[in-house]
Design a protein around this ligand. Structure first.
Ligand code: NDP
Length: 409
């Protein structure tokens, strides 16, 4: 079955970036937004099973270190990002925001966050008066990013926001506008732009190490536990996850196609798949496949799924060689091979530096005004392209794009 129940005209309106309605609200049958007055709400979740907290609180940092409030103490925050603050000399955890009081206490004690710097979601806006907090790091389910970013800007804080930036381009624009109004910085946490293999891959493609790029193929595939239900897994709840795998995982393949070719697509075709009688995919897509054509003639095929054995690859084929990245965009375990004129396996050091280097970039941007490598405009660009992918799948036709990724009116 292709597509999710919504009128074709409505979908194109969304793709055209004109509607403030989320994809989830309009596109997905049974989207449970009515109960929340149209937008999802933040609520605490249990502590993940496999968390290891520091046995002693991290030592204090240099005087110009940027204080971050971590919003949402889930798997990625607790297991990946929070432990990496100790590797970023100019970044420290100053406050926590969570809906689970027990987690606030245990995590706060472990990281040495004072009791009066631990906030619930209801207390969030009080961070405005907390001078220990310079920036807010939003690690909430994706459908909550926009509201918390706008509230953080309103509180006068800088915002580091997880990917995807938001579920609609309208929300992305709302975030960018709020940041400008507050005169505060906004970064999207695309850690891959700080990962050594991906940085070298971009440089190799720029210097035409495989000649002119002809094809890119990416796969970001995983399998959602068959017993999962939206009530306990936000990744299959459209109000928090949009269409599903594309926003969550496929976004890495989309990003790779853009930073490896160095181009924006001029047209997109796509197919979505939503099986009947599978409760996991009652409200989100199981799989999304799209094809992007670039002005140079390069063609990218992007596959993403929540219903497949796992894969995380980016293959680029040029007219004189190929670049094979497998795994391409994970936390660690990257492998990269160049074939053609230069033929070698490339081992470029520890991929896990990506987490701290991302923090370094944002803290330097806040303190010294340096350029942000992955700004809000990049997040908006990607959300627009995902809207175009859904519009192409819905209409069954190629969607032609303006040079900045919009669907022409
Ligand atoms: P989790 O489900 O593990 O954690 C999300 C946390 O958000 C919860 O623990 C909870 O924290 C809080 N939360 C608030 N409201 C809700 C709600 N209604 N439903 C569920 N949780 C809620 O998710 P992840 O940590 O995996 O993902 C969080 C964000 O990070 C997403 O935007 C995701 O896309 C991004 N991410 C980025 C990665 C990357 O590599 N850059 C990798 C993985 C995720 P509490 O209990 O403290 O309130």
């Amino acid at each position: 079955m292709d597509g999710i129940g919504m009128s074709r005209r409505r979908f194109i309106e969304l793709g055209r970036d004109t509607a403030a309605v989320t994809l989830a609200t309009a596109a997905v049958p049974g989207a449970a937004l009515a109960q929340t007055g149209g937008r999802p709400v933040a609520r605490g979740r249990p502590m993940p099973d496999d968390v290891s907290l520091p046995s002693t609180p991290p030592r204090s940092k240099r005087s110009d270190s940027v204080g971050y409030a971590i919003v949402g103490l889930g798997d990625y925050a607790l297991n990946q990002m929070m432990p990496r603050f100790s590797q970023s000399p100019r970044s420290h955890i100053a406050a926590l925001v969570s809906g689970n009081p027990d987690k606030l206490r245990r995590v706060g004690d472990a990281y040495g966050v004072p009791a009066d710097a631990r906030y619930s979601y209801e207390q969030f806006d009080r961070i405005a008066a907390d001078r220990r907090i310079d920036a807010v790091y939003i690690v909430l389910p994706s459908g909550l990013h926009a509201d918390y970013a706008v509230r953080a800007f309103t509180a006068g804080k800088h915002v580091l926001c997880e990917k995807p930036m938001a579920l609609t381009s309208a929300d992305c624009k709302r975030m960018i506008a709020a940041g400008r109004r507050a005169n505060r910085r906004l970064m999207i946490a695309y850690r891959v732009h700080f990962e050594p293999h991906n940085i070298e891959a971009m440089a190799l493609m720029q210097r035409r190490a495989i000649g002119k790029i002809r094809f890119v193929r990416t796969e970001q595939l995983s399998r959602t536990d068959p017993s999962s239900r939206p009530v306990e897994n936000w990744r299959i709840d459209p109000s928090l996850a949009g269409g599903g795998p594309l926003e969550d995982y496929g976004i890495y393949g989309l990003q790779a196609a853009l930073y490896l070719t160095g181009e924006m697509p001029e047209s997109i075709t796509a197919t979505t798949f939503q099986p009947a009688n599978d409760p996991r995919f009652a409200q989100v897509f199981a799989s999304v496949a799209s094809q992007l054509t670039f002005p140079s003639g390069a063609i990218a095929q992007l596959m993403t799924s929540y219903d497949s054995s796992g894969s995380n690859i980016a293959h680029v084929r040029g007219d004189t060689g190929a670049l094979i990245m497998d795994a391409a965009t994970g936390y660690q375990g990257h492998k990269m091979r160049l074939e053609g004129r230069e033929r070698r396996d490339l081992s470029l050091g520890d991929p896990t530096v990506q987490f701290a280097r991302q923090l370094d970039n944002f803290s330097d941007a806040i303190r010294d005004g340096v350029a942000i490598r992955t700004p809000g405009e990049m997040g908006l660009r990607d959300v627009r392209l995902m809207e175009a992918i859904y519009a192409a799948a819905e209409t069954g036709r190629a969607i032609r794009l303006t040079p900045d990724g919009r669907i022409p009116r």
